[in-house]
Design a protein. Structure first.
Length: 589
């Protein structure tokens, strides 16, 4: 254990001397207040330490002590429903002990050492187990059964295993390995946050993460185990989009990282999630959620750690065979923390002052996502999907963080302030967004939802692109210059925008749309366009076709409960056909 003294303090950066025996990324305790920090650079016997707490009042000569271990998280029962800060300190228990303000140097274990959990063994004495195998289970919440696994790098024959109530530090099983050694296993394991947890192999991204958000599922889907970026200017709805995904995405576990965003946004999450009912189980959403709260008023260096803390917890649940969705809000604030530490270290700055290694650090984070076969004698299938919000200054996505993110992710949901000002939410711009997973997942949609799903989607996108071109003409020469078929295209595109893409996050029915209902909604809009096009070719007036009463039914279809969707579709189809037929009876047809 290396000990040294403080030589210099510069904000969150502390330089200590006498640290020759320390290693990179060791956790250290700084000063008599034992502030927690991490070594990020070593020159000779001098170590540069980023301190995860407020450093005001520290001075040269104070002691620095290395723990000899890297920054690690505790993984075991007690994670679900907890609220941690960026270095996995339990904020609720800190509040109970020291009040509402986070005091410096607080040392409280991440997982409760006194609470007992009921362990049910799945392995038996004499079984040979290897890394990743399930020893037993603990029912953590009514929704989540936590699987107690053999840690990576460990294996052997089960010499003893007990059922009963244990704390996370109690020994529940003992393994004997081939060398005669003995390994005691508890309900908890530790893992360094900067190292990805191992798996047996990655699977192709050919299955969607269903979110119930129409613009995402139908137009720009994300694969299960995929990565997506949500850039957008202030007020365009990044946080609400992430809240919606956390609530409704088809994931067993949600890890939400509030990384450098405003405290009131995190407060909204903390107030909302316990009250929200999980649609699949009826229990509170917090019963399958882990929150990492590292808001803008917390020490800047801890933002950098919070991203790694969150994704390591997410990988742990992925290894159990769960589908995990991780929300990072926002990676721009994380990059600002990198920039500050880089500046303090006097490194050569890259573009706009960000460090030259910004892109590689982002890639290290995003590339830990994926759908995988886990370790173990009987590999399970687990998925970790990552959705990162990006907050470019002034909404300019040409800045370094947005551009570095775009080079890595395969889904880009571009939030548009123009759409947000028109109150069109989610404000995802359909002309600038994209998903590189769409073609891979086309077969899944065609097989599991509708054989024509990809054709319907393609037709909708084609109409929206035609609308953008026609609007340029309208701006130049006016609506009267357009032909009747072009006016009908504009009306169909308006119906796509207002009746399909626009979605009310706060309406009890419209907030979530299953894929079957999305399919029917796409069909309805195209049914109107096809029927109206046929009537137009037979001499119907464009003004009559635009004013059909059935269009109101199509617009309100989004508020139809899922159990009534099929009947409502047939009824709307019949009403549309009747109104078109009635036009035939008009004398001027």
């Amino acid at each position: 254990m290396s000990k040294g003294t403080i030589k210099k303090v510069a904000g969150p950066l502390v330089i200590a001397e006498g640290m020759r025996d320390a290693s990179m990324f060791d956790v250290v305790r700084v000063s008599r207040e034992r502030l927690i920090g991490e070594i990020i650079e070593i020159h000779g016997d001098q170590a540069s330490i980023q301190v995860y707490e407020e450093t005001s009042g520290l001075g040269p000569g104070e002691p620095v002590e290395s723990t000899g271990a890297p920054l690690s998280v505790e993984l075991g029962p007690g994670l679900i429903g907890s609220i941690f800060d960026g270095i996995q300190r339990p904020l609720v228990r800190i509040m109970e002990e020291s009040g509402n303000n986070l005091h410096r140097g607080v040392e409280i274990p991440s997982l409760d050492r006194e609470k007992k959990w009921t362990f049910v063994p799945k392995a038996a004495v004499g079984d040979t187990v290897r890394e990743g195998d399930i020893l037993g289970v603990v029912r953590e919440t009514p929704i989540v059964e936590q699987k107690i696994m053999v840690p990576p790098g460990v294996g052997g024959v089960v010499a003893s295993i007990e059922a009963g109530d244990f704390t996370v530090e109690d020994t529940v099983a003992v393994l004997h390995n081939e060398n005669g050694g003995e390994t005691k296993l508890t309900l908890m394991q530790k893992w360094p946050v900067r190292a990805g947890r191992p798996h047996a192999g990655k699977l192709p991204p050919d299955m969607p993460l269903v979110t119930g958000q129409r613009v995402i599922d139908a137009m720009f889907p994300i694969a299960k185990g995929g990565v997506a970026a949500v850039p957008g200017p202030f007020g365009s709805g990044k946080t609400v989009v992430q809240h919606q995904l956390a609530k409704w995405a088809e994931a067993d576990i949600v890890v939400y990282i509030g990384c450098g965003e405003r405290g009131n946004e995190m407060t909204d999450v903390l107030n909302e999630f316990p009250e929200l009912k999980d649609p699949k189980t009826g229990y509170s959403l917090m019963e399958r959620t882990v929150l990492i709260a590292n808001t803008s008023d917390m020490p800047v260096a801890a933002r950098e750690a919070s991203i790694y803390t969150g994704i390591t917890i997410a990988e742990y649940f992925r290894d159990m065979g769960y589908s995990v969705a991780l929300m990072a809000d926002s990676t721009s604030r994380w990059a600002e923390a990198l920039r500050e530490m880089s500046g303090r270290l006097e490194e050569m700055p890259g573009e706009e002052g960000y460090p030259a290694y910004l892109g590689s650090r982002l890639a290290q984070f995003y590339e830990r996502a994926g759908r995988v076969h886990t370790l173990g004698s009987e590999p399970r299938e687990g998925a970790l999907s990552v959705i990162g919000a990006v907050s470019p200054p002034g909404g300019d996505i040409s800045e370094p963080v947005s551009q570095a993110t775009l080079r890595i992710v395969k889904v880009f949901w571009s939030l548009d302030s123009g759409l947000a000002y028109k109150r069109h939410f989610p404000a995802v711009n359909w002309l600038t967004s994209y998903s590189l997973y769409t073609d891979n997942m086309g077969g899944w949609f065609d097989e599991n939802v509708d054989p024509d799903w990809m054709k319907l989607r393609q037709r909708l996108m084609g109409l929206l692109q035609d609308e953008a071109e026609l609007e340029e003409i309208v701006k130049l020469v006016g609506m009267d210059a357009l032909s009747a078929p072009d006016r009908l295209k504009l009306e169909a595109a308006r119906s796509i925008r207002e009746d399909f893409l626009h979605q009310d996050a706060f309406h009890e029915i419209d907030t979530y749309t299953p894929l079957h209902k999305q399919d029917i909604m796409m069909r309805l809009v195209l049914d109107y366009y096809d029927e109206a096009t046929a009537a137009l070719s037979e001499g119907a007036a464009i003004d009559d076709l635009v004013a059909l009463p059935a269009r109101e039914r199509i617009g309100r279809f989004k508020y139809t409960p899922i159990e009534n969707v099929d009947a409502a579709y047939e009824e709307t189809r019949r009403a549309l056909a009747k109104e078109i037929a009635d036009l035939h009876q008009k004398e001027d047809f």
